[in-house]
Design a protein around this ligand. Structure first.
Ligand SMILES: [Fe+2]
Ligand SMILES: [Fe+2]
Length: 243
């Protein structure tokens, strides 16, 4: 069994420092890895990223992250990534990594993702160049995620995004903003590989549980949704999520 802890939307700044630390001290007893599903900072500054690095440093388990839209806001992505990596956090964008755990090899493929909406109610690459660029951004993100998932050789495969791959976990959010919260193309990417679990954030008012059209369990681990420092999922080799 592999134990995967995950949280998203921690939105760190100096006034948040220490909020997660008491629960994080117990992490090695509960999980083999911690996944951070984006919106790690409040506005994407390097100073806020330093708070993330401080909060999630030296946990005794590997920490793997994707960025969220907030982490892009100040246009300081290279500095943010460098600061996070300085704290020992691996940041994935269209890439994967494999971790050896006592329960087997865990593969994690990560990409921020993007919006666009869900099947039957989605944006299409038609009309103005701005609209085509918007849709192409999502297509590219989904392609990168799919390639990263299919490349990994491991016993258990997990997809990590910021944006939602299914509408199920958006329940509670206003319908009008669904196209800005995720895309069905991410769900298709997740279904293109033998993914055991997909975790995401971004939908602060959404709900916790969903499933892709291909049957992969999806969990919205945004902190305001799970209302705890992290959720832990127990995964078995080539099986679906048990928690
Ligand atoms: Fe957020
Ligand atoms: Fe977000």
């Amino acid at each position: 069994m592999i134990r995967v802890a995950a949280v998203a939307d921690v939105h760190m700044d100096s006034d948040v420092l220490g909020r997660y630390r008491p629960a994080l001290e117990e992490l090695p007893d509960k999980a083999d890895v911690l996944l951070l599903g984006g919106d790690l900072t409040r506005h994407g500054s390097a100073a806020e990223a330093e708070c993330v690095a401080t909060e999630f440093r030296d946990l005794g388990v590997p920490v793997i992250a994707v960025l969220g839209n907030h982490d892009h806001h100040r246009d300081q992505v290279p500095e943010v990534v460098k600061t996070l990596e300085g704290g020992g956090i691996a940041v994935l964008e269209g890439e994967g990594t494999v971790i050896d755990t006592p329960g087997g090899r865990l593969g994690v493929a990560g990409a921020k993702g993007f919006g666009g909406g869900f099947a039957g109610r989605c944006a299409s690459a038609f009309g103005e160049p701005e609209m085509k660029a918007f849709v192409q951004t999502t297509c590219d993100a989904a392609d990168r995620l799919s390639e990263a998932l299919r490349r990994l050789e491991c016993d258990v495969l997990v997809a990590l995004t910021h944006y939602a791959p299914v509408p199920d976990t958006l329940l509670g959010e206003p319908l009008e903003i669904y196209p800005f919260l995720g895309s069905y193309l991410l769900g298709q990417a997740i279904d293109s590989a033998p993914t055991a679990l997909a975790v995401h954030g971004h939908a602060h008012m959404g709900s916790e549980r969903g499933v892709t059209p291909g049957g992969v369990k999806v969990r919205n681990v945004a902190h305001p949704v799970i209302k705890q420092a992290y959720s832990v999922f127990h995964l078995h080799a080539r099986a679906r999520a048990a928690a």
